[in-house]
Design a protein around this ligand. Structure first.
Ligand SMILES: Cc1cc2nc3c(=O)[nH]c(=O)nc-3n(C[C@H](O)[C@H](O)[C@H](O)COP(=O)(O)OP(=O)(O)OC[C@H]3O[C@@H](n4cnc5c(N)ncnc54)[C@H](O)[C@@H]3O)c2cc1C
Length: 425
């Protein structure tokens, strides 16, 4: 049985909503199965990757992906291509070259074997639909999961119009920024708004992604920068990003973007238009992932999937990588593997987080130095494949004194948490 169809079950069963929904032309709607082998909550990055990987397993388990959204996801993901994307046909752009701009210079890097790729969520969803057609996997939109309860050895998933029984549940509802983390941990909120901009004259250099432009960073302020993904000489995603310990600290991202567009490309307001917009807050923290979601499953074979890297907020490639082992284990009846960073990566990320929190004025120069290193080394580090020697080179390239302080702070925080019996990751 196959069906990957955008259906709106919530609307179709809401009193008074039938006429509006039912009369709309559209694809055939799949019946909601009453029982499946595996239910995946959320069809975002990790949910869809895992569904596609499961479709490739010989045992062909029945899988139901329940997605709360009814409308296309306006987001996009970028990452260095490490070969882990199960849907590479969904990419819409790629770049071999990147830069980091600061008041003290620009660093440029390149790794043609691992380009920086752009995937728009709507293209990924369309590619998944093509791949999943004719398989035992169903994706249903407009089904926000309210709750999951245990029922014998199974799970009951509660959605607005009923329940679905599943042997295994994967919670792929995505990371969220908590208000705080336990003492001795660091939490920075990576807050951003990105706008797709179309200009009336060609201004963008399509050969190079601006990963970070710190050129208007203000002394004493939080870490902030602009990110630019130019997909044509007249179209780019321009994103304003801020790292703050206080998630409610006011910041005008739109003014940040407007000032930047005017300053960098000399455009006046009637020379560009804004299209799709994406907004988000990614937690950057050394707290264990389980503390972030606030969701745990103890009575059934289930797990939360989808994590982001503590020091960067990148999650696309790691979720894609994890989906490989997830699908293999699930199809083979093995326990669900938990994503875990290498101990060395966890430690370095914890140091870097303390550096960013405590010395934001040094952040621009640290990123400039890091991204100026040999391209393949940078990519190995960013995609969590760095060797011990790579990590050593990175540490040696950074500012010694503030990093040493952050390192000492990381060790003392760990010892303090141990003393209080609170070491959880
Ligand atoms: C705007 C944005 C841009 C990002 N860009 C990048 C990037 O360029 N590169 C990168 O590496 N990382 C990026 N990240 C970080 C990370 O990779 C993403 O957050 C990634 O999408 C996380 O994958 P996920 O599967 O865990 O969650 P998501 O992809 O967020 O998927 C969660 C899905 O669950 C659905 N959902 C939520 N609640 C329910 C419910 N109750 N019932 C049913 N469905 C539900 C949501 O609608 C969504 O479709 C970005 C994050 C954000 C927020």
């Amino acid at each position: 049985m196959s069906s990957v169809v955008a259906a709106d079950l919530t609307g179709a069963t809401t009193p008074g909503a039938e006429a509006r929904i039912a009369s709309a032309p559209g694809p055939i709607r799949p019946a909601l199965p009453t029982a499946v082998d595996i239910a995946i909550i959320g069809s975002g990055c990790s949910g869809l990757a895992t569904a596609v990987r499961l479709a490739g397993q010989p045992s062909q388990p029945t899988v139901l992906v329940l997605e709360g959204r009814r409308t296309p996801d306006p987001r996009s993901w970028c990452s260095w291509d490490d070969g882990s994307d199960p849907l590479p046909e969904a990419r819409s752009a790629s770049w071999d070259r990147w830069e980091v701009r600061t008041d003290h210079g620009t660093s440029v890097g390149s790794d043609p074997d691992h380009p920086y790729v752009l995937v728009r969520a709507s293209n990924r969803r369309a590619a998944a639909e093509r791949r999943l057609h004719g398989t035992s996997i169903t994706v249903i939109d407009g089904t926000p999961v309210r709750n999951v309860t245990a029922s014998g050895d199974d799970a009951l998933i509660h959605i607005p119009n009923g329940t679905v029984r599943a042997e295994t549940v994967l919670d792929a509802r995505g990371p969220r920024c908590p208000e705080h983390v336990e003492p001795g941990r660091v939490l920075l909120h990576q807050r951003f708004i990105g706008q797709w901009i179309t200009t009336t004259r060609p201004v963008f250099d399509t050969t190079t992604v601006t990963l970070m432009d710190f050129t208007d960073q203000q002394a004493g302020g939080a870490v902030r920068f602009i990110y630019v993904l130019p997909t044509s000489p007249t179209v780019a995603l321009v994103e304003s990003t801020l790292f703050t310990a206080d998630g409610d600290e006011p910041f005008d991202h739109i003014a940040h973007i407007v000032n930047y567009v005017q300053r960098r490309w000399g455009l006046s307001t009637n020379e560009w238009q804004v299209g799709d917009e994406e907004t988000g807050c990614i937690p950057m923290t050394d707290a264990p992932p389980a503390q972030l979601t606030g969701r745990t499953f103890t009575q059934m074979p289930s797990a939360v999937i989808g994590t982001t890297r503590p020091s960067s907020g990148y999650g696309f490639a790691r979720s894609n990588r994890h989906s490989i082992v997830l699908a293999q284990n699930l199809a083979g009846g093995e326990p669900i593997p938990v994503f875990q960073d290498r101990a060395r990566t966890r430690f370095l990320d914890a140091v870097f987080l303390r550096f960013l929190r405590d010395r934001p004025e040094h952040a621009a120069e640290a990123f400039r130095r890091l991204l100026a290193l040999h391209g393949p080394l940078v990519v190995r580090f960013m995609t969590e494949r760095s060797t011990l020697l790579d990590d050593l080179r990175i540490v040696l390239a950074l500012q010694k004194r503030p990093f040493l302080r952050a390192l000492v702070r990381t060790i003392s925080d760990t010892l303090r948490r141990r003393q209080h019996g609170r070491v959880s990751g």
